[in-house]
Ligand binder design. Sequence first.
Ligand code: AMP
Length: 187
Amino acid sequence: MKIILLGPPGAGKGTQAENISNNFNIKKISTGDLFRSHIKKNTELGKIAKEYYVKGDLVPDKIPTGMVKEWILNQTDNGWLLDGFPRNIKQAESLNMILDSINSNIDAVLLINVNTELLIKRLLNRQTIEKREDDNLNTIKNRISIYEKETNPLIDFYNEKKILCKIDGNNSIESVFNDIKNHLKNK
Ligand code: AMP
């Protein structure tokens, strides 16, 4: 099963990606985690990404697209999950081209919706625990607005392909995961 997780920052994508990956035994890639790791190690890619990351801006498409392409082309199993990619239509179109080139496709796009007030509350709370550099109020607001402008159009993009499943992410982690399992059962 090949799955994409969509949703605003703070929707719980990382947590549910972990749950799905463990429960369905499929590999996952999180572009945000990869950037954090590069930034921590201060690699050349990390130095470039950091400029955008700390402001909550999207890293130029070429970089995440290249990382995801390399990862997908190296997968030997017939299942994977993308967390944090694609983030805009251009990335989604590149992903389609990558998948077409290997005769592959996406089975499900899970959209986790959470109301904005709760998102901000969760992200500020996460800041006190994980100390992520991009979890301060200004950056959070920028990330949410970029999500609305850049990532929201993907909802129609995947809805038209009849692979979009909407999940209510305002509930508990367990309840959200149950919903996800119910959706994936029919895939
Ligand atoms: P995340 O952990 O998914 O919330 O991502 C954290 C940050 O990493 C984002 O605010 C962007 O700066 C960067 N990032 C992650 N994924 C992408 C992507 N697909 N395209 C561009 N930037 C990304």
